[in-house]
Design a protein around this ligand. Structure first.
Ligand code: GLN
Length: 310
C-alpha cells in the first residue's frame, strides 16, 4: 500500500505538473538543452527514510545549490573565524552575479552570491591546493553528504567555462582587491567544476537531511559537519539562499533553502527533513517555477514554516 507521505507527494506532483511557466536558463549553453518537462520531488527524514515522486533518478548539475555545501566544507576545514574574515553573512538584495562587496572590508557580502562562492572555493582544501585538488576535495565532501559517489558533468563544465566571462571578471576584481591570492582562472575553473557536480533530487533531499540532522548523515551515520557548521550554513540559507527573492521566500515558505540555475531547490527543515525539488523552468528571479510552488504548498499543507514553532 502506498504510504500517506507518498500519496501526498503524488497529489502535490499532479497538482503542480500543469504549471508550464518560466524559461530554461540559457547563459550556460548546455543548460538550454535540458528537458523542460522533467519534474521530481524528494523528502528525506532525519531518521533516513526517503520518499520521492517523478523523475527522481534524473541527474542534473547542482549549480548554485553547491554554495551552501562548499561553505560547509570550508567552515569545516578552516573554522568560522578564518572564513568570516573573507566572506560576510549579510543579504544583498541584488542579483547573484553582482560584485556586492561590503564597504570598508571588501568582503563579498555572503557565500550564496557568486563573488562569495568563488572566494569560498579559493579556501577549499589545503592552502596552495591545485585546481584538481580543490575539485576532488569538493566532489569527495559532496559525496559524503549524499552518501554515494557523485561525479562531475564534463560537458556542462566545459560549456560554462567557455562562457564564464562574468565569473572571471568577478574573480579578477576580487584578486585585485586582495580578497584572495590564488590565480583567478584556477579558482573560477574550480568553482565551475563545483557547480557541475551531478545530483538527482533524492541526493538533494539526503544532503539536506544531513544538514537538518545537525551535520550527522541520516543513514551512513557519519558526522560530516559539526552542529555549529550546520547551523551557520542554514542561517545563511535563510537570509540569502533564494537570490533577491529571499525575504519573500522566508515570509511565505519559512524553510531555509537554496536554489540553482539548472532548476533545483534544496530545502532544510532543522530536526525534521531535507527536501529536493527539480524542474528546470525558472521564474524571473531564477528560481524553479514548479519548485517554488511545491515548497509553498508543502509549507502550508504540513505547517512547515519555521516560525510556526511553539
Ligand atoms: N554556475 C552558475 C554561475 O556561477 C551558478 C549560478 C546559479 O545556479 N545561480 O553562474
Amino acid at each position: 500500500m502506498e504510504s500517506p507521505v507518498r500519496k501526498y507527494l503524488h497529489q502535490l506532483f499532479n497538482d503542480t505538473t500543469a504549471m508550464d511557466g518560466g524559461d530554461l536558463a540559457d547563459y550556460i549553453p548546455e543548460l538550454a538543452k535540458a528537458d523542460p518537462e522533467v519534474f521530481s520531488i524528494a523528502l528525506t527524514t532525519i531518521d533516513g527514510r526517503t520518499y520521492s515522486v517523478g523523475d527522481d533518478e534524473r541527474e542534473f548539475t547542482i549549480q548554485s545549490i553547491s554554495k551552501p555545501f562548499a561553505y560547509a566544507s570550508a567552515l569545516t576545514d578552516r573554522g568560522l573565524e578564518a572564513i568570516s574574515a573573507k566572506v560576510g553573512v549579510e543579504p544583498t538584495g541584488e542579483a547573484f552575479n553582482e560584485l556586492s562587496l561590503e564597504k570598508g572590508t571588501n568582503r563579498p557580502k555572503n557565500p550564496m552570491i557568486n563573488a562569495g562562492a568563488i572566494t569560498i572555493h579559493s579556501m577549499l582544501a589545503e592552502p596552495d591546493s591545485s585546481l584538481e585538488d580543490r575539485a576532488n576535495h569538493t566532489v569527495e565532501f559532496f559525496s559524503r553528504l549524499a552518501g554515494r559517489k557523485l561525479e562531475m558533468d564534463e560537458s556542462v563544465f566545459r560549456s560554462e567555462l567557455e562562457t564564464a566571462d562574468r565569473n572571471f571578471a568577478l574573480a579578477h576584481m576580487l584578486r585585485n582587491l586582495g580578497v584572495f591570492e590564488e590565480h583567478a582562472h584556477q579558482v573560477v575553473a574550480g568553482y565551475v567544476a563545483q557547480c557541475a557536480i551531478k545530483v538527482n533530487v533524492r541526493d538533494l533531499a539526503v544532503m539536506g537531511a544531513t544538514l537538518a540532522n545537525r551535520g550527522m548523515h541520516p543513514f551512513t551515520g557519519e558526522r560530516v559537519a559539526s552542529r555549529d557548521v550546520a547551523r551557520q550554513v542554514l542561517a545563511v540559507m535563510v537570509s540569502a539562499g533564494m537570490y533577491d527573492a529571499s525575504g519573500t521566500w522566508f515570509s511565505d515558505v519559512g524553510i531555509p533553502a537554496k536554489s540553482g540555475v539548472s532548476g533545483g531547490i534544496l530545502g532544510v527543515l532543522p530536526g525534521q527533513v531535507g527536501i529536493g525539488v527539480f524542474s528546470p523552468r525558472l521564474d524571473p528571479k531564477g528560481n524553479s517555477v514548479r519548485g517554488v510552488n511545491v515548497f509553498n504548498k508543502l509549507s502550508q499543507d504540513m505547517g512547515l514554516h519555521l516560525l510556526n514553532a511553539g
